[in-house]
Design a binder for this molecule. Sequence first.
Ligand code: C2E
Ligand code: MG
Ligand code: MG
Length: 256
Amino acid sequence: HLRNALQDAQFTLYLQPKVDMRSGTVVGAEALVRWLHPERGVLTPGEFLPMIEGTELDIVFGQWVVETALLQLEWLQAHGMPMPLSINISAQHLQQDGFAHWLEQCMARHPTVPGHLVEIEITESAALYDLQAVTHTLQALRALGFSISLDDFGTGYSSLTYLRRLPMDTLKIDQSFVHGMMDDAGDLAIVQGVIGLARSFGYRVIAEGVETVDQGQMLTQMGCHLAQGYHIARPMPLGEFVAWSRHWQCPPEWKR
Ligand code: C2E
Ligand code: MG
Ligand code: MG
């Protein structure tokens, strides 16, 4: 079914905005896949990605995601909204021989899209087997102008090793810590710790899963100004995203 769905163009990428809570501006978006299933409606990745992971479809699917995200970037640019788009890349795809070269060829097919508008998100919980090879790939990607973000930071077994070894631009605080930090001292300490680590390494830090005004306020007080989450907006189709970006108002509490 998944193979047919790819052929029948049943997948689409929704966009979830990333904002700067201090300035109240939209700073980019993350591309998140959805399966527009003819009978079951809109399916989220949790319902089908695990069936793709580790199979030969993983790569074909990942290539479709990148190609579609680049088309969306082109479209945004053509509509006067050039903004960075984050693309989630599976560990298997990233570790595929020649990944950086393949991505360079993709970019050549979209000459109007500058590399600095592309951010690659790799999840920290994914198994990266050969850190030296991954380091080379990430270095090559950064040389092309892409930025690299470590997603779900703190949820894997190798957070600090990855942090120390992999070339990186952004740490993404996992939503489980953001959800817990308002009433769990341990989660709060982890959020504070990740913000401090990012600062020490000179990386940007963004929080995912911001669902309330209070969470956003707490994050800005701790020095994390970038955020993504349902309180700002849920992932939405490209056309809706454009209209949303023009009208979004930042909660006044965040700007103070
Ligand atoms: P992720 O990359 O960590 O993306 C964030 C997930 O959190 C998204 O779930 C998003 O809808 C959800 N989210 C955002 N804000 C909130 C919030 O305030 N509250 C809650 N409860 N959830 C929030 P989604 O879209 O279901 O995606 C799940 C995961 O699937 C992603 O986690 C990513 O690891 C993977 N994924 C999604 N799209 C792709 C893709 O195109 N390629 C690959 N390889 N993986 C993808
Ligand atoms: Mg992500
Ligand atoms: Mg995440």
